[in-house]
Design a binder for this molecule. Structure first.
Ligand code: NAD
Length: 493
């Protein structure tokens, strides 16, 4: 059939997108071996929970990947010593366990032996640490949120530009094969064209230039009009963290780094001047996807409601609901986002609702659903639907992009739900690529970009900056209790 898609071609084209890599396990090891040509020496600043996650993801890319951790910096003796012990275990693989309290001392002593630094400190230090590493001539992978202030994020963009060094921001969904696949094949790519029918005459409209029937591209979902997303966490998952007995940092050290107490240090996300609360911590990942899937669209406004409803003693809002308005080329899009720390109901996902159906996607590997609207055909094309120009999903199914799930039979019994949309699932080819740590594809993209200038970062400084502008404004809107406008220049650096 005309629009039939070769499944292999799809997978290959997806593989080539941005990530520079397709993360099927066999390809991962192939890349790891091509990568052998040069080692990349890395240091870690911030050996907390996420620092450990990134270390695990980077050090399991493959034995031949050439990624070698050489040093760690952390102000907390407990974490620094623990991490240095881990590094020692890998000595035979070329790792070093040099450990520093002060990043400046680490850069002075180690920079000539380093290529890159991974930064996983609290958000308030990202700008200071990133700028110093870039200025020292090193590439940087810096965790999200890029910074807790617009000025901090802006300074990072400017330093990356000035030094010409790579700066990847840790919005790792941008390298996730499932997200790349969905963006390219479900949101963006058109496999069919359809005639534009005049609603009055029910006849095809003519192209005024050629006089022929006017044809438009038809993507699987059609025009996105609404987005809905959330990250809800249970009360038990959001309790304050407590340091293990005997590991407290002396108060003088805490004060030097801007922490009022151990509680403040452990739970920095909740306090002004250190983090941005759950909307920044969790929401930034997903609001970043809103913009990406809308073709890097920037919102024109945001309204939001939130408060310290439950977690007394915190400074940042525990439950937040926000609505962004985007003006895209295809028309307006309203995008709702919610983060709760008092209920995990519904988990975390992003949902793109459009003319022909909806895509529900999440970093949670269990989530992927393409729901078809009732007017959309994915069975045999019939003459009536053809005449009426009903959207056809057959090309995507024939091409192996989505796999229909058998419908439960309609029940004639009263009161039983009448199912009018059917889930269409991700093909197994993509499932097979997802069996790697979440952050690994993003790290691989960073390392590949260091080795090969043709590989582009999936979340460079400018993209991280746009997300920071969107997300930090939500907290402002909560405080102002009104709709705040974005100006185009807010997104320029
Ligand atoms: N991409 C993701 O999915 C993801 C997930 C979790 C966290 N993060 C991000 O990673 C970063 C770290 O988060 P976390 O959960 O690991 O926090 P954490 O509190 O567990 O770890 C932070 C570490 O940084 C150290 N530190 C604090 N100030 C320092 C300084 N001035 N110099 C050197 N070390 C310092 C602390 O001692 C601690 O070990 C944050 O920016 C967070 O937003 C990203």
């Amino acid at each position: 059939m005309k629009n039939k898609i070769d499944r292999r071609q799809f997978v290959q084209s997806t593989a080539a997108i941005g990530a520079g890599l397709f993360v099927a396990p066999e390809v991962l090891s192939a890349t790891a071996s091509t990568a052998k040509k040069a080692d990349i020496n890395v240091a870690l600043i911030g050996a907390g929970i996420e620092g450990q996650v990134l270390f695990d993801a980077a050090s399991t890319i493959g034995r031949k990947s050439g990624i070698k951790f050489k040093a760690v910096c952390d102000i907390w003796d407990f974490k620094r010593k623990k991490f240095a012990k881990t590094l020692k275990k890998y000595k035979r693989a070329g790792y070093n366990n040099a450990a520093y309290v002060d990043y400046r001392e680490m850069l002075d002593k180690e920079k000539d032996n380093l290529d890159a630094v991974i930064i996983a400190t609290p958000d308030c230090f990202h700008a200071e640490h990133t700028n110093a590493c870039l200025e020292a001539g090193l590439h940087v992978y810096c965790e999200k949120e890029m910074s807790n202030t617009i000025e901090g994020a802006k300074s990072m963009v400017l330093t990356a530009r000035k030094t010409g060094k790579l700066l990847q921001i840790g919005h790792q969904r941008r390298s996730n094969p499932k997200y790349i696949f969905a963006k390219e094949n479900i949101i963006d790519k058109s496999y069919t064209t359809k005639k534009v029918i005049d609603p009055k005459t029910r006849k095809p409209k003519k192209d005024p230039k050629t006089g022929k029937d006017l044809l438009i591209d038809s993507t699987l979902l059609g025009r996105i009009t609404t987005i809905n997303g959330q990250w809800n966490r249970s009360v038990s998952a959001c309790k304050d963290l407590v340091a293990p007995a005997g590991t407290a940092i002396p108060q003088a050290t805490l004060t030097k780094y801007g922490f009022k107490s151990m509680k403040h240090f452990m739970n920095w996300r909740w306090y002004k001047g250190l983090g941005g609360g759950p909307i920044v911590d969790l929401g930034s990942h997903q609001i970043d996807i809103y913009s990406w899937f809308l073709g890097e669209a920037k919102p024109k406004s945001v309204m939001a409601s939130g408060g310290v409803d439950y977690w007394k003693g915190h400074e940042w809002y525990d439950n937040v609901m926000a609505v962004f308005e985007f003006d895209t080329e295809a028309g307006p899009v309203r995008a709702f986002y919610q983060t709760l720390t008092t209920s995990s109901s519904g988990g975390y996902y992003e949902k793109f609702m459009a003319e022909h159906g909806a895509l529900e996607i999440s970093e949670d590997p269990r989530f992927f659903n393409v729901g078809r609207d009732m007017k959309v055909v994915h069975g045999k094309e019939n003459p009536i639907t053809k005449i009426m120009n009903v959207p056809q999903w057959n090309p995507w199914i024939d091409g192996g992009i989505i796999t229909p799930v058998p419908q439960p039979k309609k029940s004639k019994k009263k009161g039983v739900m009448d199912v009018r949309s059917s889930p269409l699932l991700l093909p197994n080819t993509i499932h097979a690529t997802m069996d790697v740590p979440y952050h690994q594809p993003h790290l691989i993209n960073f390392f590949d970009a260091i080795r090969d200038s043709k590989v582009k970062l999936n979340c460079p400084a400018e993209v991280g900056y746009h997300t920071a502008v969107m997300v930090l404004k939500v907290n402002e809107a909560v405080e102002a209790r009104k709709t705040l406008e974005f100006k185009p220049e807010d997104f320029h650096v």
